[in-house]
Design a protein around this ligand. Structure first.
Ligand code: URA
Length: 236
């Protein structure tokens, strides 16, 4: 693939802007500036890296990312009341069409997937496809067995035709609950906890499928997902 197309597909602006970056010697391959926009490079099977203004970038046909979402960020490029999660990412990702794979509320923290692969986004957001998601909720009132049983047996949420049951609901402390759900309905976990007779004060997503939020990833930090991560995601 030629260098102009590499930059263009990776979100470095219009073709004209990419050509200008190259002509200005701001793009290097293997540590050497390349000013030829038509120079061809193998982006196929091996990991191909280029750098722009000294920052290294891998070439990826599609971007698969994981963000440790902090509270106070909306999963939208056009946020209404808070900052956008996209403000935590390099602008190249929004430019190449990366979107959130499902949404977390602005005050929910933890594992958020993002991608520009439409099939992948559809697969993980389609109501037909059941993917277990593990949430840790802090509740206002101490949890009791009746609430945990109600969550496991199913609670009726406003507007839903039948009760929704958690795959698992286990206390992790007097006011802490680990809840596994398959669906991704609007405010689902908060509404389920309310329907069970308690109130959710804080919510954190810990896992999607077999993929856990890495403990070493600080709030607000992101990382690329590799093939192993994508396999874990599907294996859950
Ligand atoms: N359920 C909720 O209530 N909020 C979230 O952000 C995610 C799941």
């Amino acid at each position: 693939m030629n260098l102009e197309s590499i930059l263009f597909t990776q979100g470095f602006g219009s073709r004209r802007q990419c050509r200008a970056l190259i002509a200005d010697a701001r793009v290097s391959i293997g540590g050497v500036a390349c000013t030829d926009a038509d120079a061809d490079f193998p982006t196929g099977d091996t990991a191909f890296f280029f750098s722009v203004d000294g920052v290294d970038w891998p070439y990826r046909e599609h971007a698969y990312l994981l963000l440790n979402k902090p509270a106070g960020y909306e999963c939208s490029r056009d946020p209404q009341h808070h900052l956008s999660v996209f403000s935590l990412l390099p602008p190249q990702f929004a430019e190449r069409g990366v979107q959130c794979v499902g949404r977390l509320d602005q005050d929910t923290t933890g594992l958020l997937l993002l991608s520009d692969d439409g099939k992948f986004v559809h697969l993980f957001t389609s109501p037909k496809r059941k993917v277990p998601k593990v949430y840790i909720a802090t509740t206002r009132h101490p949890l009791d067995d009746a609430q945990l049983s109600a969550l496991r047996d199913g609670v009726l949420l406003h507007g839903e035709p039948k009760p929704i049951a958690a795959v698992d609901a286990a206390a992790r402390g007097a006011n802490t609950l680990a809840l596994t759900v398959m669906e991704g309905k609007y405010h689902q976990v908060k509404r389920m906890i309310a329907a069970a007779g308690n109130r959710c004060e804080a919510l954190h997503r810990e896992r999607i499928g077999g993929l856990a939020l890495p403990e070493t990833l600080a709030p607000g930090a992101w990382q690329w997902l590799d093939e192993t991560d994508l396999g874990s995601l599907r294996s859950g």
